[in-house]
Design a protein around this ligand. Structure first.
Ligand code: GDP
Length: 695
């Protein structure tokens, strides 16, 4: 077997945009032009191919990245779908992590919107080279040049048009390619598949010359040799410009700007040309970095290097079961090959290797560096894990996942659903690292936590549709945490003598708060066999059990160090059970003396509003125990940013809508945990007692 496409002909790309900019429509067109789908699916009739989940079709949003393979002009492209909804930032982040370049999509009317700004900055964090595509040139109010200005000023990008529009709004007919200085008119009858190349219309000639000069100058700036030639002759050749544009785009010094109308089938093909001409192949990006210092810190992107890949997405597939999407950073992979999951220290076997097309799966014998493929058979691999060759283990820099902040209790509708529910929840948690499941033994409840209300709603919906499990859910609640503010030491004895064999365990524990994010640490300070070593893990287990549902308010305890420094045992009456009980009850008792406090998730909130509702909108943040941080003007609107506790944000969408006649909108994401004010803590605890959630 050999490669079908050399590594230089591979492009792994994504389309980044805020909701409604036209990403789905654009992706559909790309698949259509690349000959992979026969009919153009329109978003509004719910037939789009990429949006494969029924919920997405109903909601009209894209929430899960699917990697789709296509070919364009003798190149192999993987199109990685990135969602625009802010509840799913993790999906955006993980797709940015595995792609090599992106098309940043803007609406010609809306321009740079706060949300597009967020995704843009995320992509900068991952050093992703970008092309810009200004879509919806046919819409009333479309203004190409003002959006180019916004990309320059609001995103700070060196945006350089490589095409300009012929006409705008309902007169939008095609584009002028500034590299070839030709006008391109798309034929509506053929859904844009055929087009005519003509001389630039006379009325546009002076504009075209002006923007061509701008492009030439921007190219010349990038290279001293070219600058000299430019100063002498006033122009550059097509090849010179193309070469330097490619170099500058990959180095992220330039963002080439295209435009068109996906809906009217105009201009999308030119961006695809841009993808193969200007965005990098997998061997043109810096080598992947490894997580651990000790390892050779980099791995070259080459088929000859040892195998290493990142599992970036897990999905259930009707036909093949669990599919693990991987991006191969180095080496090659064969069907049936054993691979090492270095994140979990487990061996796995590669069942089948699949290349996913929009409407079919292609089975491969082998996959190569730079490929994005789906694997069947990696049963234990989770999202974010590294898989690699056993002889040359490596751990790739993991994807950072945010903390789930909203919880709901969930219970099966019937006994028959009970087992299915547990299994389904664990499968979903495997797929989605921002979704967690835990069982609270105190209240006998299963609690699921996620990034937001919508996130959990979709999970519950999937349970029903994909796993056929009916479940009752509680109200969404804030995922509070408990922690200690002071260290304490103390003794606990678990002794029972009533009938049968007695129980005896005696532990001395020290509880200390750790810095935020410290998690949990258990320290064994027992000397001289005061407690036999086989009972020490029992104590730890008991402590962990107590921490799941904290003694203060029944929420998980975090950021604690617990040391077992003394104790005693009884030859006959001591057991694993007795020491677990001592650990659990001992922790519970001592924790109450540590001056516990409740922590709540605080969200970074951004409200975008017309000026007239500015007062009401900023007031609404302050009323919610929020702090306003910035107020700015952007694209004729006011943008307020601030920090607000999540508990105050339930129902905010509705109240913002009604105070602004539906014209203000907001986004939020988790920022950090902060202590809840004491008066409020008391209310929460009182309510938890009434609900029987604290034992
Ligand atoms: P997404 O949320 O970014 O995936 O955007 P969609 O592709 O779902 O598009 C949002 C809406 O804009 C849909 O109603 C599309 O039909 C429409 N749309 C997309 N592209 C264009 C375009 O080029 N011109 C016009 N006029 N409408 C478009």
């Amino acid at each position: 077997m050999a490669r079908e496409y050399s590594i230089t002909k591979i492009r792994n790309i994504g389309i980044m945009a805020h909701i409604d900019a036209g990403k789905t429509t654009c992706s559909e067109r790309i698949l259509f032009y690349a000959g992979k789908t026969h009919k153009i699916g329109e978003v509004h009739d719910g037939a789009a191919v990429l949006d494969w989940m029924p919920q997405e079709r109903e909601r009209g949003i894209t929430i899960t990245s699917a990697a789709t393979s296509l070919t364009w002009k003798d190149h192999q492209l993987s199109l990685i779908d990135t969602p625009g909804h802010v509840d799913f930032t993790v999906e955006v982040e993980r797709s940015l992590r595995v792609l090599d370049g992106a098309i940043a999509l803007f609406c010609a009317v809306g321009g740079v919107q706060p949300q597009s700004e967020k995704v843009w900055h995320q992509s900068e964090k991952y050093n992703v080279p970008k092309l810009a595509f200004i879509n919806k040139m046919d819409r009333t109010g479309a203004d190409f040049y003002s959006v180019v200005g916004e990309i320059q000023h609001e995103l700070g990008a060196n945006a350089v048009p490589v095409v300009i529009p012929i006409g705008q709004e309902e007169n939008f007919r095609g584009i002028v390619d500034l590299l070839t200085m030709k006008a391109i008119f798309y034929d509506e009858e053929s859904q844009g598949q055929s087009f005519r190349e003509e001389d630039i219309p006379a009325e546009l000639l002076s504009d075209a010359k002006k923007w061509r000069a701008n492009l030439v100058e921007k190219c010349a700036e990038q290279d001293d040799g070219l600058l000299e030639k430019f100063l002498e002759t006033g122009d550059l050749s097509f090849d010179e410009m193309q070469t330097i544009l490619r170099k500058a785009t990959i180095a992220r010094r330039v963002v080439p700007v295209y435009c068109g109308s996906a809906f009217k089938n105009k201009g999308v093909q030119r961006v695809l040309d841009g993808v193969v001409r200007l965005l990098p192949a997998p061997n043109e990006i810096p080598p992947i970095i490894c997580a651990k210092e000790a390892e050779a810190n980099k791995r070259e992107p080459s088929d000859d290097a040892p195998f290493a890949a990142l599992a970036f997405k897990i999905m259930s597939d009707k036909h093949s079961g669990k599919l693990t999407y991987i991006r191969i950073y180095s080496g090659t992979l064969r069907t049936g090959q054993p691979v090492y999951n270095s994140t979990q220290d487990k061996m796995q076997r590669v069942g089948r290797i699949l290349r996913m097309h929009a409407n079919r799966q292609e089975q491969l014998d082998e996959a190569y560096t730079g490929d994005i493929v789906a694997i069947v058979g990696l049963s234990n691999t989770r999202t974010g894990d590294t898989i690699c060759s056993e002889e040359h283990p490596i751990q790739l820099e993991a994807i950072e996942f945010p903390t789930p902040v909203v919880s709901i209790s969930i219970a099966p509708c019937s006994q028959a659903d009970n087992e299915k529910l547990g299994e389904a929840l664990h499968r979903l948690a495997d797929e989605d690292p921002t979704f967690t499941v835990h069982y609270d033994p105190e209240t006998n409840e299963t609690i699921i936590s996620g990034m937001g209300e919508l996130h959990l709603e979709i999970i519950v919906d999937r349970l029903k549709r994909e796993f056929n499990v009916a479940a009752n859910v509680g109200r969404p609640e804030v995922a509070y945490r408990e922690t200690a503010t002071r260290a304490v030491e103390g003794v606990y004895k678990h002794i029972k003598q009533s009938g049968g064999r007695g129980q005896f365990a005696h532990v001395c524990l020290r509880l200390e708060p750790m810095d935020p994010g410290g998690g949990f640490e258990f320290v064994n300070d027992i000397v001289g066999g005061r407690i036999p070593s086989n009972f020490i893990p029992s104590v730890e287990k008991g402590v962990i059990k107590a921490m799941v549902s904290g003694p203060y308010a029944g929420y998980p305890v975090v950021d604690m160090k617990v040391s077992l420094y003394d104790g005693s045992y009884h030859d006959v009456d001591s057991s694993d059970f007795a020491f677990q009980e001592a650990g659990r009850a001992g922790f519970k008792e001592l924790f109450q003396k540590c001056h516990p406090e409740l922590l709540e998730p605080v969200m970074s909130v951004e409200v975008v509003t017309p000026e007239e509702f500015m007062g009401a909108a900023s007031g609404s943040i302050c009323q919610r125990r929020g702090r306003i941080e910035t107020m700015e003007n952007k694209a004729g609107l006011k943008v307020i940013t601030g920090m607000v506790p999540l508990s105050e944000m339930f129902g905010y969408a509705n109240s913002l809508r009604s105070m602004s006649q539906g014209r203000a909108c907001f986004t939020m994401h988790f920022e950090h945990y902060e202590a809840v004010p004491f008066a409020l803590t008391e209310q929460i605890i009182k309510k938890r007692r009434e609900e029987n959630k604290i034992r």
